[in-house]
Design a protein around this ligand. Structure first.
Ligand SMILES: *[C@@H]1O[C@H](CO)[C@@H](O)[C@H](O)[C@H]1NC(C)=O
Ligand SMILES: *[C@@H]1O[C@H](CO)[C@@H](O)[C@H](O)[C@H]1NC(C)=O
Ligand SMILES: *[C@@H]1O[C@H](CO)[C@@H](O)[C@H](O)[C@H]1NC(C)=O
Length: 208
């Protein structure tokens, strides 16, 4: 209650608070490192602040056996510049989001359904792993390799809150085996055998 009062006091205390305290994305313009340029205020509509989770077909939905429904700046232009975004991830039975990192965002998981084993490899390569279930919340600090996998029966569902309205992701397997990174270099730089590199390049559709 005090906090609410404090916020109101802050908003109404001075005449110098910016009238337009938001910058709704002009998605037609090019994105910069700080987000999208603002739409003209007169063209901002209620739906710029609204979306409904809808699964998108990512390149690896099938391979990972997951379904991602993002609510990032592309779905909610009003998230532009606000520093957060959210998504819903369904992990089908046996599904996973394999080892990956969000270089520009921390992530907070809220488990809605099922049993999800998640974890990250932190500083000094300390490994933190936990199985979470409905009502549990888990934090994955920015930049570290982490994963989520469905550790139970049926579909598991998590809400993922990110400290970015447009979090990028780099998956280890995708980077190595879906890219044009030459097989000899993959072997040389990862110590993974040539046969295994060849097998994984076929699975992920990489070249070289
Ligand atoms: C899928 O892969 C293609 C080719 O690499 C790429 O252009 C496209 O952006 C990818 N789509 C998604 C949703 O990642
Ligand atoms: C993927 O999920 C489906 C359910 O949608 C399940 O039947 C199937 O066994 C899973 N596939 C793999 C490879 O785990
Ligand atoms: C989750 O784990 C608990 C404890 O092991 C188990 O009783 C429950 O059946 C599991 N739920 C699912 C959906 O796998």
């Amino acid at each position: 209650m005090f906090i609410v009062f404090f916020l109101f006091a802050l908003v109404y205390s001075g005449g110098h608070v910016a009238v337009q305290g938001y910058c709704v994305a002009d998605l037609g313009a090019a994105q910069t490192t700080t987000g999208y340029p603002c739409k003209p205020p007169t063209s901002v509509k209620i739906d710029d602040f609204f979306t409904t989770f809808k699964a998108v077909d990512t390149n690896f939905s099938k391979a990972f056996n997951v379904s991602l429904a993002p609510a990032f700046v592309g779905q909610i232009p009003g998230l532009n510049g606000l520093g957060f975004g959210v998504s819903k991830l369904d992990l089908f039975e046996g599904g996973e989001a394999p080892l990956h990192t969000h270089p520009d965002a921390s992530e907070l998981l809220v488990a809605l359904e099922g049993n999800i084993t998640t974890g990250f490899i932190g500083s000094d390569n300390t490994v933190f792993v936990k199985t979470i279930t409905k009502g549990d919340v888990f934090v994955l600090p920015q930049g570290f390799f982490h994963f989520l996998l469905n550790a139970g029966e049926g579909t598991a569902t998590v809400i993922q809150a990110f400290s970015s309205p447009n979090p990028g992701a780099q998956f280890v397997d995708v980077a190595l085996f879906a890219s044009a990174f030459a097989s000899e270099l993959v072997t040389k730089t990862t110590f993974i055998s040539p046969a295994e590199v060849k097998r994984l390049k076929a699975v992920f559709g990489g070249q070289g």
